[in-house]
Design a protein around this ligand. Structure first.
Ligand code: SF4
Ligand code: FE
Length: 487
């Protein structure tokens, strides 16, 4: 069976030789680095729960390529039921980690590249699809974590890739040779990059013939010596370097993003899945984005469940849970959260097969899903902060709670209802802080805005998919407008 245990996953990453920098220092072992480890724990849970009988039905499936039992994260969706199971799996993992567990980007990338390579071959008489499927088989057999790498730095947004003052602002082919290609550039905001075994790179925008050198998709081992990882900061991240586990809010799990530099990386042909076919860059971006916009109707909902639970506890712990406005705020948070889930499910059940048999979500509904995600978690966070009260941002440190000189004062004056220990109250407030303005807010708030594309990117697709002409015909029929035959 191809499924790794969490321990095997962690061991496999320990074998890798990343060139990584965290807080200005070169780090040899990222696995045990206190800033990185919580994010690794979140990915490791995707391996752990695949072996848990309570959850394995969601996390495991049967490979359409080999018939073997594999992780759903390495799977090509074969039906609307598969797409629905994906959303449910992501909600579950959001509930269990209360953060970004990072592994979905690769899942979304393989599903997009699968149909895209088939269609390129059909048009250009190339052999990308069989190469891609051979590589994907290895991924399934090894149960690897794949980093889907799409977002380029983009430099001056008013200019195309080839018009940039610095030609490396979009990842590009610098040389084609007999045995492969050389690529140079960078990918920004790379979720879970240092917790991945493989990088699957793709273009970030639709491209014209002038930008042919930027139409490139390929896979490389994540510890390729030409890759340089520079770790992203998060609010309050250095709390992870302190002793204790209260002030971080979420002690076990976190997410991470890196700037990944491709410093003249060689890619052998068998790992190249697009090389100059600029006419397919737009299709690939649209499909990957749609899958990832569907994903947010699962993962963000799971994290939202935790935040709603935390807000509800905060109210209980200070004796406000019976107030009608508090109940109503919790209902509003639930309504918003379940609306996101409904969108994730809707774009899945309305999915359809591509030419390879791999299912694609409904583009319009997936983009509506993500558009709502750019708004609702903000309102859910606002309501959580409202219920939590100001103590969330004024309470003393965990070290004050363990200092005998201050602990009695904190225990006495920061208590809410007398039956709940003060420490429990403070833990819940720190969790709300983590999710709304701390390190966890990267995944729950700002990523809700910009991850899988900023709001305007969804509005462009919604406009394209809206079919206003068909709606006009509906209106004309009802209004009795018959063109060409004047009354
Ligand atoms: Fe997965 Fe959500 Fe993180 Fe994207 S933001 S990688 S969908 S958990
Ligand atoms: Fe994301």
């Amino acid at each position: 069976m191809a499924l790794k245990t969490a321990a095997e996953y962690i061991d496999s990453l320990r074998q890798m030789k990343f060139t990584a920098y965290v807080l200005g220092e070169r780090v040899g072992n990222t696995v045990d680095h206190p800033l990185v480890r919580p994010s690794l724990n979140a990915v490791a849970l995707t391996y752990e729960l695949a072996h848990d009988p309570s959850y394995s039905a969601l996390l495991r499936t049967t490979s359409s390529l080999t018939g073997e039992t594999i992780s759903r994260f390495c799977h090509l969706h074969q039906s609307p039921a598969d797409l629905v199971a994906k959303v449910k799996m992501l909600r579950l993992l959001g509930q269990k980690t209360a953060t970004c567990f990072q592994r979905c980007v690769g899942m979304d990338a393989i599903n997009a590249v699968d149909s895209m390579t088939f269609e390129i071959d059909r048009t250009h008489d190339t052999v990308y699809h069989q190469r891609f499927r051979a590589w994907l088989r290895q991924m399934q057999e090894q149960d690897w974590t794949i980093d889907g790498a799409m977002t380029d730095p983009k430099g001056d947004r008013s200019k195309s890739p080839s018009q940039q003052a610095d030609p490396d602002m979009y990842l590009r082919i610098v040389k084609e040779q007999a045995d492969g290609i050389m690529v140079r550039g960078a990918k920004v905001h790379q979720t879970g990059a240092l917790n991945s075994h493989e990088i699957l790179a793709m273009p970030t925008i639709a491209l014209s013939a002038h930008d042919r050198a930027y139409a490139v998709a390929f896979a490389v081992p994540a510890d390729n010596p030409g890759l340089i990882y520079i770790y992203g900061r998060q609010a309050s991240d250095t709390r992870k370097l302190e002793q204790g586990n209260l002030d971080v809010g979420n002690a076990r799990f976190g997410g991470h993003e890196c700037l990944v530099v491709f410093d003249d990386v060689f890619v052998p042909w068998e790992r190249v899945f697009m090389c100059g076919e600029h006419d397919f860059a737009g299709v690939l971006v649209e499909r990957f984005a749609a899958y990832h916009r569907q994903s947010y109707g699962g993962c963000k909902v799971g994290v939202g469940d935790v935040l709603i639970g935390a807000a509800s506890l905060a109210a209980e712990y200070n004796g406000a849970s019976r107030a009608s406005h508090v109940k109503d705020k919790l209902i509003e948070m639930t309504h918003l959260n379940e609306t996101l889930y409904a969108c994730g499910l809707a774009c899945s059940t309305e999915g359809h097969p591509t030419a390879t048999g791999t299912y694609l979500v409904d583009l319009l509904l997936a983009n509506v899903c993500k558009q709502n995600v750019t708004r609702f978690p903000y309102e859910i966070s606002r309501l959580a902060e409202d219920i939590a009260g100001g103590l969330m941002v004024t309470m003393p440190a965990e070290r004050d709670l363990s200092n005998p000189a201050t602990k009695p004062w904190l225990d006495k004056y920061l208590q809410g209802v007398s039956t709940v220990p003060t420490e429990h109250r403070l833990r819940i407030l720190r969790l709300i802080e983590n999710l709304t303005i701390g390190a966890g807010a990267v995944g729950y708030r700002t990523e809700s805005m910009h991850g899988a594309g900023s709001p305007q990117a969804q509005r462009i697709v919604i406009g394209r998919q809206a079919d206003f002409a068909a709606k006009q015909e509906l209106a004309k029929a009802i209004a009795g407008i018959k063109e060409g035959c004047e009354a």
